[in-house]
Design a protein around this ligand. Structure first.
Ligand code: NAP
Length: 365
């Protein structure tokens, strides 16, 4: 998980998360234990009782991006560009919904502890919400908060009609039972898609989950946006984690691919990978997949984000994927870069899930 957490440091200037309180007594109580809240926010005057952030989608790029046709240039599947296009579409829908029924989608994030990379990731999610006009809510609890406090925060958001999506930023401190906490999120607001009922429905034929986890959904969306066929293709997923490998394999299967999963005990992984028309790597091992493992013409989606030492960078490191990009690009027909591939798609899918949730709750087509 160490590597996974570095994913979220994929920005050169980590900004401290701006903290937002909620209005309910429950969460104000919680906030009083949160050492990170500035004193003046602990007892806000009534007139300042709006503790969410929302904005009009004014920072979005022009409509031309929404309408621009996507083409694979230089074999590159440009997640950044696709994500921008998706954000433009979401902003339009948010406005349409607001104009039609006066409802603005709301996303609540619960952050526990002071991990810099988690705070950075949360602030990126909030910024993304602001850009598309989604309201964001946040509860930030200290590292030594109790599990009960987290459960109370979740319960408050579960009940709050202004909140359509809830996510608990992982990892949680060691003394907390992650499963117990994730299970407490209302399945109808589980925009991360990690609730066992959502994953269960994803795995079953004829069932539809309320939400599909964001990173796996982003991988498939990228293929769709570039019109890359999945049906009938041989796909290999490297990695079987609950958050990426397993759900992306389920999604590929739903799209009628024939799917094999490679994991740490797989013998001769290259033998399987060489047969794949589509490779999705979610391992957390820098440059593990060599160019010679890739079938000529295959499509490669590299989820991995791994920091490796680079003395030429001010930070002392740079990020690379699980696939040796330079080598694989020569053999594949299309490949995602790292960074700029799956990463931006993950946040775009979080916004999509929040919009879907608000539309479903308010029965808005
Ligand atoms: P994880 O929970 O550590 O799972 C890694 C998976 O890779 C496990 O299933 C493991 O197998 C398998 N594995 C490990 N070493 C292997 C090897 N040598 N050969 C074959 N399989 C191997 O990691 P994760 O959370 O899924 O994340 C995977 C990568 O994606 C990380 O680099 C992470 O930073 C990145 N990530 C990116 C995003 C994004 O938005 N772009 C989001 C999430 C994660 P076992 O099951 O046998 O242990």
């Amino acid at each position: 998980m160490a590597a996974a957490s570095m994913v979220f440091t994929d920005c050169s200037s980590p900004a401290a998360a701006r903290l937002i309180q909620r209005t309910t007594p429950l969460l104000l109580r919680t906030a009083q234990n949160a050492v990170v809240f500035p004193r003046r926010l602990l007892n806000p005057p009534r007139s300042l009782s709006i503790h969410s952030s929302s904005s009009s989608p004014s920072q979005l790029s022009s409509a031309s991006i929404v309408n621009e046709k996507l083409e694979i240039v230089n074999k590159r599947l440009d997640g950044k560009k696709v994500a921008e296009k998706i954000r433009g579409e979401i902003a339009e829908e948010v406005l349409r919904m607001k104009d039609a029924i006066g409802v603005v989608p709301g996303l609540a994030v619960i952050l526990v502890g002071d991990r810099e990379e988690s705070a950075t990731y949360v602030s990126k999610k909030k910024e993304a919400c602001e850009v598309v006009g989604i309201t964001s809510f946040e509860v930030h609890l200290p590292e030594n908060a109790t599990e009960q406090q987290v459960l109370e925060a979740i319960s408050g958001f579960n009940e709050d009609p202004a909140v359509h999506g809830i996510l608990v930023q992982l990892p949680l401190p060691r003394h907390m039972d992650e499963q117990n906490i994730l299970n407490a999120v209302s399945i109808e607001k589980d925009v991360d898609g990690f609730h066992p009922l959502n994953i269960g429905c994803l795995a079953m034929r004829g069932r539809e989950p309320f939400f599909v986890p964001c990173t796996p959904k982003g991988c498939i969306e990228l293929l769709h946006r570039y019109d890359i066929p999945i049906k009938g293709k041989r796909a290999v997923v490297i990695g079987r984690s609950n958050i990426v490998g397993m759900p992306v394999a389920l999604l590929l299967q739903r799209e009628d691919a024939t799917v094999s999963i490679v994991h740490s005990r797989t013998k001769n992984p290259e033998e399987l990978i060489k047969q794949a028309d589509i490779v999705i790597a979610a391992v957390g091992q820098a440059n593990m997949v060599k160019g010679s493992w890739v079938k000529p013409g295959a499509v490669v989606i590299d989820v991995g984000i791994n920091p490796i030492e680079d003395k030429t960078k001010r930070s002392g490191f740079r990020l690379v994927g699980d696939v040796c990009y330079k080598e694989a690009k020569e053999i594949a027909s299309a490949i995602t870069p790292v960074p700029g591939g799956v990463g931006p798609m993950t946040i775009a899918m979080l916004l999509t899930n929040t919009l879907i949730s608000a539309k479903r709750i308010h029965n808005f087509q």
